[in-house]
Design a protein around this ligand. Structure first.
Ligand SMILES: [Zn+2]
Length: 274
């Protein structure tokens, strides 16, 4: 999401080699901020077919689950260098609208819904070179996650909650940041164990139902979650003092969105890398 850069390029290179050791010790509390994307990538990696696992490992140059997690925030890390990618992280569907309208909400095909389609197409394109396919994979891993952060698919004239000031106790924040980071961090400090806990709560039968649909369906669903679960409970656009137990109350919704993102990303990758 709109998170601060957590690895420099040099650190990423080092982390690629040190990853097995890094994962063995307790990971730092990276904030759908980094932590949300790591959870989504891990759930997706755990649900790949053997064929997709192999092809993704070949493309990333190592073991798929570890590198999918490591690369899940690459799209945020390159934002400063690639300002042309900024609009690919979200779609602003205005509260009060019936749902996603590509002409109104995705002008010039410059939004997360259209970009997910482009990245999937690039991965399917046998003529695409290695660098283009690698970029497409790292973008896809990130953007399917972003689409499931409800405030990346909704807006109430507040930049998706970015200009909606909130107070958590004495700390001033904004609603978007709360949903990028705080509600995810409330699930636990270790992204991998949070991912495992979410997965254990879903039956194999339910996984298939959850993974169904298209990016347009998922945008509409995220928009509805934002409308009913987030904005409807906060009638004015701030500043608002959030209840002390706000992040606890939202845990079920957050776990649901992370599960949906991970399982749908896996389904897309399994279809692409059949
Ligand atoms: Zn993002």
């Amino acid at each position: 999401m709109m998170a601060p850069v957590c690895y420099s390029k040099a650190m990423r290179m080092a982390a690629r080699f040190l990853l097995p050791f890094l994962m063995a010790i307790s990971p730092p509390a990276f904030a759908w901020g980094p932590q949300g994307h790591e959870i989504v990538a891990r759930i997706a990696a755990d649900n790949l077919t053997p064929s997709a696992h192999l092809r993704i490992s070949q493309l990333l140059g190592g073991d798929a689950p570890a590198l999918m997690v490591l690369d899940s925030n690459w799209a945020d890390e390159i934002r400063a260098d690639r300002p042309d990618t900024a609009a690919w992280h979200f779609v602003n569907i205005e509260i009060g609208a019936k749902g996603y309208d590509p002409r109104r909400d995705c002008p010039r095909d410059d939004c997360v819904v259209a970009q997910i389609g482009r990245d999937a197409a690039a991965l399917r394109d046998p003529r695409a070179d290695h660098a283009a396919r690698l970029d497409a994979l790292r973008f896809l891993i990130h953007f399917v996650g972003d689409l499931h952060q409800p405030l990346h698919a909704a807006d109430r004239h507040d930049k998706g909650g970015n200009s909606f000031a909130v107070f958590e106790g004495r700390r001033r924040s904004n609603l978007h940041r709360v949903w990028d980071q705080d509600v995810v961090e409330a699930l636990g400090p270790d992204a991998m164990s949070v991912a495992g806990g979410i997965e254990r709560g879903i039956s194999p039968q339910d996984k298939g139902h959850i993974a169904a649909g298209s990016p347009t369906d998922w945008a509409n669903e995220s928009f509805q979650v934002a409308a009913h679960e987030i904005y409807a409970r906060l009638p004015s656009n701030g500043p608002v003092r959030l209840p002390r137990d706000y992040t606890d109350r939202e845990k079920a919704v957050v776990r649901q969105q992370l599960a949906r993102a991970g399982l749908r990303l896996a389904a897309m990758l399994n279809t692409i890398f059949r």
